[in-house]
Design a protein around this ligand. Structure first.
Ligand code: ASP
Length: 328
């Protein structure tokens, strides 16, 4: 019995979290629920560098856990030890997937500690380099003329690229939908687009600006309500609203999460580090270069972050329930 008690105490102390010594020598893993080389991965890698600067001696690493529109990675973090060593960086999918998947293995509001929001990222509508169109108008004509023959790449049901593709096709009111091709993330989808294996994609500017600038894909429009006039490259592309798609407005937000039960001293330390990262000139510059805007408002606070996501879930659930288009 005594030996059992000693063993239990040893196990308990092995799992005990000491906020004074956190994070110690053990890395803090930021789980990205999509493949490496994509836009969420880009944001996470820049954030990992910024966060590590704020917590002396820490080592933030990025781990990719792709699949099912981001829900595999989110579930992994929901079930991880709440010791501050496993975090999740997720985008609008955090709110879209509870609406689209009726049997999620986790609860987006109850199974996480909310650590604050990171940035807002516009999307761009892009096509393979071999497309004959060079302007949005030509592109739309080409899509209509080839209805039912084209492929649209996305990062899984409920991903940002999937939502954007659906919104765009519904705004176009084309008779025949494009065939959608899911990937583990828009990193690999981008490779397929550049290679001409898929025709069209809607993706965050954190993945597309470099490819557009390098002439490896064709860009046709941005998804925001207002033109991106302060960005040296993206200012040249019209908004979908300007192109006649009334009310089209989509911006992708990212937030940082820890498993439920992570000690308050650790979540506070992480939120403080996040808020300082959002003021880090290097992090701001990297974001701006990629067309993203770091959060400067109250959404950087956990309570506001959670309230924002709760409102988004309600909004998206209403739309999905009305359309009865579920992912499961
Ligand atoms: N851009 C992707 C999406 O459509 C995710 C990614 O690969 O980062 O949600």
């Amino acid at each position: 019995m005594k030996r059992l008690l000693i063993l239990a105490a040893a196990i308990a102390s092995a799992f005990a979290v000491n906020a004074q010594t956190y994070p110690g020598s053990k890395p803090v893993s930021i789980v990205v629920p999509f493949a490496a080389g994509g836009p969420t991965d880009r944001v996470a890698r820049d954030l990992a560098i910024a966060m590590a600067k704020q917590i002396p001696g820490s080592n933030f690493v990025v781990e990719n856990a792709a699949g099912a529109g981001g829900t595999i990675g989110a579930n992994k973090v929901a079930k991880a030890a709440p010791d501050g060593h496993t975090l999740l960086l997720f985008h609008i999918g955090m709110a879209a997937t509870p609406a689209l998947y009726r049997r999620l293995p986790y609860n987006a509001l109850n199974d996480f500690e909310y650590l604050g929001m990171v940035n807002d990222v516009p999307m761009t509508l892009i096509g393979k380099p071999q497309l004959p169109a060079n302007t949005y108008r030509d592109f739309e004509n080409y899509i209509r003329a080839n209805a039912g023959k084209l492929n649209l790449a996305h990062a899984g049901l409920g991903s940002a690229s999937h939502i954007c593709g659906l919104m765009w096709q519904s705004a176009l009111q084309t008779k025949e939908a494009m065939t959608t091709i899911p990937f583990g993330g828009t990193g690999p989808a981008m490779t397929a687009l550049i290679g001409g294996q898929v025709d069209v994609m809607c993706d965050q500017t954190t993945n597309t600006t470099g490819q557009i600038e390098g002439g490896r894909v064709k860009a046709f429009a941005v998804t925001t309500a207002k033109p991106l006039s302060s960005h040296k490259l993206l200012k040249d592309y019209p908004t979908l609203q300007e192109m006649g798609l009334k009310g089209f407005n989509l911006t992708i937000w990212h937030g940082l999460y820890a498993p439920k039960g992570t000690p308050p001293a650790i979540t506070k330390m992480l939120n403080d580090a996040l808020k300082k990262s959002l003021k880090d000139p290097d992090f701001i510059k990297k974001n701006e270069g990629l067309g993203a805007i770091v959060v400067t408002d109250k959404r950087m606070e956990p309570a506001e972050h959670k309230a924002f996501v709760a409102a988004e879930i309600t909004k998206l659930k209403t739309a999905v329930d009305a359309a009865k288009q579920y992912a499961d």
